[in-house]
Design a binder for this molecule. Structure first.
Ligand code: AMP
Length: 216
């Protein structure tokens, strides 16, 4: 099963990815996570990537396409994978087609801008595990502290309100055209990925069940 998860930042892609990858026994390939791990490394591009991410902009297509192609050639991807955060524009989507990657479903999780800003700007994470909380929607037992390890929680720099607004405007400008792209592709060609439009409103389980009811 090869899946692409689309949707604005904060629509719940990360949460649904965890569920879908377990369900289908496939790895999650999150380009944002890959970039954040390079950002923390000693490499020469770490600083460039950090500046781009913290400004809410997109890193170069060339770099991201190389990272993804290398990753999906690895052994654990033989039975499929879930792409989270890639493609981010039509050029990146065409790069997948050029190397004949057959995607089964493109799942687009939709949510309004206001709900997104509330969701992301209240998000807290435990950096070591990636566990996420929300100031109002899913608060930790003790304020600012991870429930499991007792370590401090942080707000990702790119989750700050100003950066969220930049990320959203880039999403509407660059990533939204992907939706039209996949929609018309799925109408034209039976072998093309099936396009699913899913509302991101409601609980994690409700969104999950909506997705599964279309795939199974
Ligand atoms: P995410 O965690 O998917 O929201 O990604 C965080 C940041 O990483 C984005 O705001 C971009 O700066 C960068 N990024 C992630 N995926 C891509 C991609 N496919 N193309 C370009 N930049 C990306």
């Amino acid at each position: 099963m090869r899946l692409i998860l689309l949707g604005p930042p904060g629509a719940g892609k990360g949460t649904q990815s965890v569920f879908l990858t377990k369900y289908f026994h496939i790895p999650q390939i999150s380009t944002g996570d890959m970039l954040r791990s390079i950002m923390q490394s000693d490499s020469s591009i770490a600083n460039d990537i950090k500046n781009i991410i913290n400004a809410g902009k997109l890193v170069s297509d060339e770099l991201i396409i190389k990272l993804v192609i290398d990753r999906i050639s690895q052994n654990d991807c033989q039975n499929g994978y879930l792409l989270d955060g890639f493609p981010r524009n039509v050029f990146q989507a065409q790069a997948l087609e050029k190397i004949n990657i057959k995607i089964n479903f493109v799942i687009n999780i939709e949510l309004s801008e206001k709900i997104i800003v509330d969701r992301i700007s209240g998000r807290l994470i435990h950096p070591a595990s990636g566990r996420t909380y929300h100031i109002n929607l899913k608060p930790p037992i003790n304020q600012g502290i991870d429930d499991i390890t007792g370590e401090p929680l942080i707000q990702r720099d790119d989750d700050k309100v100003e950066t969220v607004k930049n990320r959203l405007s880039i999403y509407y400008q660059k990533t939204k055209p992907l939706i039209d792209y996949y929609l018309s592709l799925s109408k034209l060609n039976n072998n093309a990925p099936k396009y699913l439009q899913i509302s991101g409103l409601g609980t994690v389980e409700e969104v999950r069940d909506r997705i599964l009811s279309h795939i199974l």
